[in-house]
Write a protein that binds this ligand. Structure first.
Ligand code: SME
Length: 157
């Protein structure tokens, strides 16, 4: 199996190639969810929670791959809500130690949640990846995923 950084390099190229010229946000999120989920083992959920424009400070589930996700998460709740409220990537080795964690799937153990901004710097979504194994995410994931969402959702980069 290739090194994790190599897989990110390959899958990022693939995502950017597939999405060239496609500006629809649902299409972008669906493509990223699919290709990231398929590129790695030991992941039970890969997808997006979108900032709901009709509700104040609430995320609603967007395109994803994996088991059933909760529909809505208020800002500040769980790992996704914390990433949205603080605008900072969350890397959690064991969600059982994370206060207020939302267990959409009881098998979830470790996760990473990356804030997604548009070209005006506004939060539009979070990218959430969950594993059923502990400590599956580290700095390599954080850097690769932060770079990916900037490339895809921030025009001119
Ligand atoms: N684990 C997340 C909830 C969403 S899902 O697991 C798909 C959280 O605590 O934010």
């Amino acid at each position: 199996m290739s090194d994790k950084a190599d897989i990110y390099t390959r899958v990022t190229k693939e995502i950017l190639a597939v999405l060239e010229g496609e500006h629809n946000e649902v299409a972008r999120m669906a493509t990223i969810s699919c290709l990231l989920h398929e590129a790695f083992e030991d992941r039970i959920w890969t997808g997006f929670y979108i900032v709901d424009p009709e509700k104040s400070e609430e995320l609603v589930v967007g395109p994803y791959q994996g088991t059933l996700g909760c529909l809505r998460i208020p800002f500040g709740k769980g790992v996704c809500g914390t990433a949205a409220a603080e605008l900072v990537t969350q890397v959690v080795e064991d969600v059982h130690d994370f206060p207020g964690h939302i267990a959409c799937d009881s098998r979830s153990v470790s996760e990473i949640v990356v804030p997604v901004r548009n070209d005006r710097g506004e939060l539009i979504a979070v990218l959430d990846i969950d594993s059923d194994k502990p400590a599956m995410f580290d700095t390599t994931d954080r850097e690769a995923l932060e770079h990916l969402v900037i490339q895809v959702f921030t025009s001119g980069t």
